[in-house]
Design a binder for this molecule. Structure first.
Ligand code: SAH
Length: 361
C-alpha cells in the first residue's frame, strides 16, 4: 500500500522510516524480526515507547481493558493456586508487559478482599520497556506505591521469591522471523526500501539455519519468534529454581507447524499495512503456543494443555462470578457485564482465537 495517511501527513518522511531506509542502504534488507523490533521498541520512534495505545480512542483493546471481571476471576484463580502450593511466603506477583496496569490492579483488588495474608507479603514486579506505559502503570497502581518494582527485562526479577507470573498479550508483541517456501526451498523474508519511500518484502541472502518442514506448498509461510522462545526458557528455569507458576494468554495457535502469515498491524482498531507508517502502528503476530509449551517441558517444568480463552474462563467460573455481580448491579451495569463475558468467551469473539497455557513447579 502506498499513499498518504488518512490524516494527510505522509509519515514515511519522518520518524522511523528514514532510519530504516538508511539501514537498508547500508546493510541490505532487514529481517522481519529486526523490522518489527525497531517499529515497536526503537528508543525514540518505537510504537510502544511513545504512546498509550489502548482504549476506544487508541489502536486496540485488550481483555483487561474490556472488563475488570477478566482480572478478578484470574486473580481468584491465581490465589487458589498459591494456597494449593501451601501459601508460600514472599510471593512475587509478576506481570510481563502490563500495558495500563489494569490486570495487576484487578488481581490485587481481589487479593485484598480474599487473601490479605498474600497482600501482606507479596511484591509486585512489572516487566515493561515503555517509559510512557510505565508512567501509566504508576498512575493506575498509585495506591500500591512502595510494593512495585519495575524491570526492563525478566533477567532482573528477584531471585529469592516464589514467582506468580501473568502475561496477557505480551508474547504477540515480540519480533518474529518469517520463512517462505519459494520454489521448493525455504527462504527468510526480509524488508527493503520500495517504491514511493515505502517498504516491500524481499528475501534475505542467507539460507535459513532452522530445520523447517519439507512438504509444504510454494508460498507457505512459517513463523518463528526467537525472543518468545528465549523468554519462556528463562522463565521456566526461574520457576523451576524458585517455584511458582505462570499463565500465558494470547492470540495464537496450538499446532507446532502452523503455516501462515500472521504478521498484522492495527491502527485505530482497523487492520493496516504493517509496512506502512513504521513505528506508528501496532505490529503483532500470532503466538505459537506449541513452541512455548515444548520449551517449558524441555526445561523439566510441568505445562498444561493449551486451551481456548473461552474454555479457560468458563472453567474458572467467569459466568457464576459475573452472575453474582449482576445481582447487585444496575440494569445498565448488568447489561455491560453480559456483553463483557460474551466478548471474552464467545467463539466468534475472543473465546476461540485466544489461547491459555499454564506452567508450574
Ligand atoms: N498486558 C496488557 C498490555 C498488552 S500490550 C494488556 O493486556 O492490556 C503489550 C505490552 O508489552 C505493552 O505494555 C508493551 O509496552 C510491552 N512490551 C512489548 N515488548 C516488550 C518487551 N520486549 N519487554 C517488556 N515489555 C514489552
Amino acid at each position: 500500500m502506498t499513499g498518504r495517511h488518512p490524516d494527510g501527513r505522509n509519515r514515511q518522511d519522518t520518524g522511523l522510516a528514514p532510519l530504516l531506509r538508511e539501514k537498508n542502504a547500508a546493510e541490505g534488507p532487514l529481517s522481519v524480526a529486526d523490522y518489527m523490533e525497531l517499529c515497536l521498541a526503537h528508543p525514540t520512534h518505537g510504537y510502544y515507547m511513545t504512546r498509550d495505545p489502548f482504549g476506544a480512542r487508541g489502536d486496540f483493546t485488550t481483555a483487561p481493558e474490556i472488563s475488570q471481571v477478566f482480572g478478578e476471576v484470574i486473580g481468584a484463580f491465581l490465589l487458589e493456586n498459591w494456597r494449593e502450593m501451601g501459601a508460600p511466603q514472599k510471593p512475587a506477583l509478576v506481570e510481563l508487559g502490563p500495558g495500563r496496569g489494569s490486570l495487576t490492579a484487578d488481581i490485587w483488588r481481589i487479593a485484598e478482599k480474599a487473601a490479605p495474608d498474600f497482600c501482606a507479603q507479596a511484591s509486585i514486579e512489572l516487566v515493561e520497556i515503555s517509559p510512557v506505559l510505565k508512567e501509566r502503570q504508576r498512575e493506575t497502581l498509585a495506591h500500591l506505591d512502595g510494593k512495585i518494582n519495575w524491570h526492563d527485562s525478566i533477567d532482573d526479577l528477584p531471585q529469592d521469591r516464589v514467582l506468580i507470573v501473568m502475561a496477557n498479550e505480551f508474547f504477540d508483541a515480540l519480533p518474529i522471523r518469517q520463512f517462505v517456501m519459494d520454489k521448493c526451498k525455504w527462504r527468510e523474508r526480509g524488508i527493503t526500501t520500495g517504491k514511493n519511500n515505502g517498504f516491500a518484502f524481499t528475501f534475505l541472502p542467507e539460507k535459513p539455519e532452522l530445520d523447517l518442514p519439507k512438504r509444504v506448498k510454494d508460498g507457505a509461510v512459517f513463523e518463528y519468534c526467537p525472543a518468545a522462545a528465549a523468554i519462556i526458557e528463562k522463565l521456566a528455569a526461574r520457576i523451576k529454581a524458585q517455584r511458582g507458576f505462570a499463565l500465558v494468554i494470547d492470540y495464537g495457535h496450538a499446532e507446532e507447524w502452523a503455516i501462515g502469515d500472521t504478521l498484522q498491524a492495527l491502527s485505530a482498531h482497523q487492520h493496516a499495512d504493517p509496512l506502512w507508517d513504521p513505528g506508528e502502528r501496532d505490529i503483532t503476530a500470532h503466538v505459537n503456543f506449541a513452541v512455548l509449551r515444548d520449551a517449558v517441558r524441555a526445561a523439566g517444568v510441568y505445562a498444561t494443555e493449551i486451551v481456548t480463552q473461552g474454555d479457560f474462563l468458563r472453567g474458572i467460573g467467569i459466568e457464576d462470578y459475573a452472575g453474582n455481580l449482576r445481582k447487585q448491579a444496575t440494569p445498565e451495569q448488568a447489561k455491560d457485564l453480559i456483553l463483557a463475558v460474551q466478548r471474552l468467551t464467545a467463539a466468534s469473539e475472543m473465546g476461540r482465537l485466544f489461547k491459555v497455557m499454564g506452567f508450574s513447579a
